[in-house]
Design a protein around this ligand. Structure first.
Ligand code: NAD
Length: 546
């Protein structure tokens, strides 16, 4: 019988407290909005919610029966045990996919995954923080807006964005492009993904072929109208074809799962079905052909750049594979973090999220109202909340993301906790953030590329972050490292805290959220960024400066 993946509504508890219930609902939610829940895959080709179904079921059973003064331990998606701790300790700690340095290679990962020793949690899959494509939408929107400000008189109306990948995260691109008023063309090899994005309202149209797609884009550009068009095809073939026709988009990027040459990226030499059938026993073929295909794909991106397009890497290691394949100048394409978002991260302004655990969308709208009033003088926040409210459909449990920083996040979380306490909201709310956040990640080809002090690959920061989150009484704390194609490329930390309206929750929220962002600001200050010094001074963060 086919499994169904639903979220739970209302306030009836199946666990012994709201904190446990919250984690259970978040686990259900990542599957409900995930890409391939039957296989526990949430997003990014292989990012799983749990190691396997027995592990999943044991986690569910444990969350239902554990006491509030106990801690569940999860190792790479498998529950290991429950220990007596205390009511202020995290309810759940996780270490997902951490491999000792010299062994952290994708080949070892695939072998150990097959032997059921490990699984990859992505960033927000294994620790049940994923909220659907919405999770990256503001980041993508901010990037497009910053490009607009820098290069197109603050207006992307009449501008053409070319990108690829309509998966769990990439699926946010067409909607973010439309919200920035651009005409966006997304190439995607899997027709099912195109259909899914249309159904959930993130993509408007599917074109039958490249001629039709380009005609739709050209018309929208001429009329300065926002449009999003999906085209089924392989980006490694279609990018060069667009180039051959002499068309140069204004902005070019890519969000195929290029990081994983086996389970993610489909080489142009194979159909989707052929690629899938080679995954189990012919990884070497897929890795070789995938790299060759990426060489073609990135060469076209570099050509677009030479012809004047604004080209950037959207965080999928595509340049890394291209360079390994011989494209010496692949890193002439900048990474989005360093090129556009770092000044925000220096102030710990990053992708903060909250999720209405009772499944009542009205709760999110009430929190929107609070933000619009409280941040009335902050255009970035109010502009985003208004746009998101109007344009971003909810998937699974209603949730919102907003890029806010140190102090602001804490203030919001405490105000929401009060709203839960007073009954203004219909149920508790979970707070979390992407791992790709100031204090949460070391990822030298994505988050921490070209740090001012050269500390790109130093992974102490996310580890300190996780330890501080435990000491600060967060409800769930996770340390993740890269799996699949990301093996050996990154380490990150995740945190979830539940606002259940109690005084104890207020303390947990205050400590964990404040310390999380404070460490983020300190990390960038330590690397020598002026914006962080300024933030430290303004917000009275107790940094020891040597
Ligand atoms: P996903 O696996 O859910 O989707 C990837 C999509 O790419 C799939 O739909 C797949 O069919 C398509 N695809 C693969 N090869 C293709 C090709 N050659 N041509 C056209 N389409 C192709 O992955 P996702 O969650 O959407 O993530 C995409 C990438 O973005 C990953 O590498 C992920 O790690 C990265 N990522 C970046 C950020 C960020 O903040 N920028 C955040 C999350 C994930």
């Amino acid at each position: 019988m086919k499994k169904t993946f639903d979220v739970t509504s209302g306030t009836e508890l199946r666990c012994k407290g709201w904190r446990q219930e919250a984690l259970l609902r978040l686990l259900e939610n990542v599957l409900a909005v995930g890409e391939d829940p039957e296989n526990l895959v949430v997003y990014a080709a292989l990012g799983r919610a749990a190691r396997d179904w027995p592990s999943h079921d044991a986690i569910v059973e444990t969350l239902k029966t554990m006491e509030e003064d106990e801690t569940l331990i999860v190792q790479s998606g498998k529950p290991i045990g429950v220990m007596k701790t205390h009511v202020d300790a995290p309810l759940c700690v996780m270490a997902n996919c951490n491999i000792v340095g010299q062994w952290a290679k994708s080949e070892n990962f695939y072998k150990w995954e097959k032997e059921n020793l490990i699984c990859w949690g992505g960033l927000t899959a294994g620790d049940w923080q994923y909220i659907g494509s919405q999770g990256v939408i503001q980041g993508t929107y901010e990037i497009f807006s910053i490009i607009g400000e820098r290069h197109f008189d603050s207006n992307l109306a009449g501008r053409f964005i070319l990108t690829a990948g309509l998966g769990g995260m990439g699926g946010a691109q067409p909607l973010a492009g439309s919200m920035a008023n651009a005409a966006t063309l997304c190439i995607e090899i899997d027709p099912v993904r195109i259909q899914k994005r249309i159904e959930i309202g993130f993509l408007q149209y599917q074109a039958k072929d490249l001629d039709e797609a380009l005609a739709m884009i050209q018309k929208a550009v001429e009329e300065k109208k926002a449009i999003s068009v999906g085209l089924c095809g392989n980006a490694a073939e279609i990018y060069p074809e667009i180039l051959k026709r002499g068309i140069v988009p204004d902005i070019v990027t890519d969000q195929t799962s290029a990081h994983d040459l086996v389970y993610g990226y489909v080489p142009h030499t194979r159909t989707l079905e052929e690629a899938r059938s080679l995954r189990a026993d012919h990884k070497d073929i897929l890795m070789k052909e995938g790299r060759e295909s990426i060489v073609q794909h990135v060469t076209a991106m570099l050509e677009f750049q030479k012809k004047g397009a604004i080209v950037f890497d959207n965080g999928n290691l595509i340049r890394t594979h291209a360079k390994d394949g011989g494209v010496e100048d692949a890193f002439d394409i900048p990474i989005f973090t360093e090129a556009f978002l770092r000044p925000l991260f220096c102030r710990a302004i990053g992708p903060f999220r909250w999720i209405a655990l009772s499944n009542d969308a009205e709760d999110i709208r009430k929190i929107d109202d609070f933000l619009l009033e409280r941040f009335a003088d902050n255009d970035r926040v109010t502009n985003w909340i208004r746009l998101a409210r109007e344009n971003v459909p909810f998937e699974g449990l209603p949730a919102r993301i907003a890029w806010i920083g140190h102090g602001e996040r804490t203030e919001l979380a405490l105000a929401v906790n009060e709203m839960v306490k007073s009954g203004h909201l219909s149920g508790p709310v979970a707070f979390t953030r992407d791992h790709l956040d100031a204090g949460g990640m070391a990822h030298p080809n994505i988050m921490t590329e070209k740090m001012k002090d050269g500390s790109d690959a130093i992974a102490d920061w996310p580890l300190l972050n996780a330890m501080m989150s435990c000491s600060s009484r967060a409800d769930l704390v996770a340390i993740h490292s890269g799996g699949g194609g990301y093996a050996g490329y990154m380490t990150s930390a995740g945190i979830t805290v539940v606002a259940d309206g109690t005084d104890a929750a207020a303390q947990r929220l205050e400590n964990s959220i404040t310390n999380d962002t404070a460490l983020g600001v300190m990390r960038y200050a330590d690397a020598g960024y002026e914006e962080s010094y300024d933030e430290i001074e303004k917000k009275n963060i107790k940094r020891i400066a040597l």
